[in-house]
Design a protein around this ligand. Structure first.
Ligand SMILES: O=c1ccn([C@@H]2O[C@H](COP(=O)(O)OP(=O)(O)O[C@H]3O[C@@H](CO)[C@H](O)[C@H]3O)[C@@H](O)[C@H]2O)c(=O)[nH]1
Ligand SMILES: [Mn+2]
Length: 359
């Protein structure tokens, strides 16, 4: 009897978004896991360069000319010459879920030596609930072989929808430039077999290298900001998106998980180039974190778009005095939402805010 391989989970409900400036040979290693899925490739840099995609993948590719053609003047909100451009892929996708991965991230092996299907694990993370309101000390209670521990309130065991699944990296860890400079040879060899919900009210440094999210829930919040060419900052694209998204998830009662799956991050980008990109962010973030910790979203912010516009207003009011960059970023946040709604006219995603979720 011929064995029929099971249809890959969310095969027609998930897009894989890859920002790139190079040929995509790395896909060969991911072929067994990625081939059934549709890819959205966002080509950064010189649009006249041809990006080679291995045979057999179903994809759409957008370069800067395409972004300008599709968004017109609103293309100003999409970064150029920075991996932040990847968020254009989230906007043009029509799928419920997104997985985004860098082109220097490869298939890692678990301690038993088995190839890790990172996409499958992210999908499991997204399809199982999160527990932001009360911390389960035995980690993810919904994994087989685990459960809620004694003292965990039964009224909270249903959990909440998971909006984000944040994966990690073996080999080259996602360190900032100063840490990279101090520890050039450090490699992450520690495989921690855990998935945790990041508690409500706690921010985290979201890395865009190995990230999945429910686009229908938080897509409009996943704007990767104004980075790269012509901007005073870089490598804070995913951080900005993560802070905005976490504040909105806390308000709307959705969960963010971090931990498994791991990918193998193969290339350390140049620490001196990174330092140049990051240095303003390294001192600005000492003001940004208290700002995000203090963001209060009114009860009538019942959709991601309304929350996001409210945050952009508070960015302008409170961070505009830190640097004029934040005035431009606040405006770009509004442009992003306008562009999102133009390309996705299905309207705002309203959330039924569970009691106890909003501040
Ligand atoms: O100008 C550019 C540079 C790169 N890309 C594509 O973006 C990703 C990441 O590039 P790379 O692996 O070289 O850089 P990292 O420092 O490892 O990136 C991580 O740090 C953060 C950057 O904000 C983010 O968390 C990770 O992306 C690759 O796919 C490059 O091809 C680009 O599009 N434009
Ligand atoms: Mn990299």
């Amino acid at each position: 009897m011929a064995t029929v391989s099971p249809t890959p989970l969310l095969k027609d409900e998930l897009d894989i978004v890859i920002p790139t400036i190079r040929n995509l040979d790395f896909l060969e290693m991911w072929r067994p896991f990625f081939q059934p899925y549709h890819l959205i490739i966002v080509q950064d840099g010189d649009p006249t360069k041809t990006i080679k995609v291995p045979e057999g993948f179903d994809y759409e590719l957008y370069n800067r000319n395409d972004i300008n053609r599709i968004l017109g003047p609103k293309a100003s909100c999409i970064s150029f010459k920075d991996s932040a451009c990847r968020c254009f892929g989230y906007m043009v996708s029509k799928k419920k879920y997104i997985y985004t991965i860098d082109d220097d991230c490869f298939v890692a092996k678990d301690p038993s030596g088995k190839d890790i299907n990172a996409l499958e694990q992210h999908i499991q993370n997204l399809l199982s609930p999160s527990t932001p309101f009360f911390f389960n000390t035995l980690y993810d209670p919904y994994r087989s072989g685990a459960d809620f521990v004694r003292g965990y309130p039964f009224s909270l065991r249903e959990g909440v929808p998971t909006a984000v699944s944040h994966g990690l990296w073996l080999n080259i860890p996602d360190y900032d430039a100063p840490t990279q400079l101090v520890k050039p040879l450090e490699r992450n060899t520690r495989y921690v077999d855990a998935i945790m919900t990041i508690p409500k009210g706690t921010l985290f440094p979201m890395c865009g290298m190995n990230l999945a999210f429910n686009r229908e829930l938080v897509g409009p919040a996943m704007y990767f900001g104004l980075m790269g060419d012509g901007q005073p900052i870089g490598r804070y694209d995913d951080m900005w998106a993560g802070w905005c998204t976490k504040v909105i998830c806390d308000h709307l009662g959705w969960g963010v998980k971090t931990g498994l799956p791991y990918i193998w991050h193969s290339k350390a980008s140049n620490p001196f180039v990174n330092l140049k990109k990051e240095y303003k962010g390294i001192y600005w973030q000492e003001e940004l974190i208290p700002f995000f910790q203090s963001v209060a979203l009114p009860k009538d912010c019942t959709t991601v778009q309304k929350c996001y516009i409210e945050i952009s207003k508070q960015v302008k009011a409170k961070l505009g005095k830190v640097d004029d960059y934040f005035n431009k970023l606040a405006d770009a946040m509004v442009t992003w939402i306008e562009a999102w709604d133009e390309l996705n006219p299905s309207g705002d995603i309203s959330a039924k805010i569970p009691n106890g979720a909003s501040k």
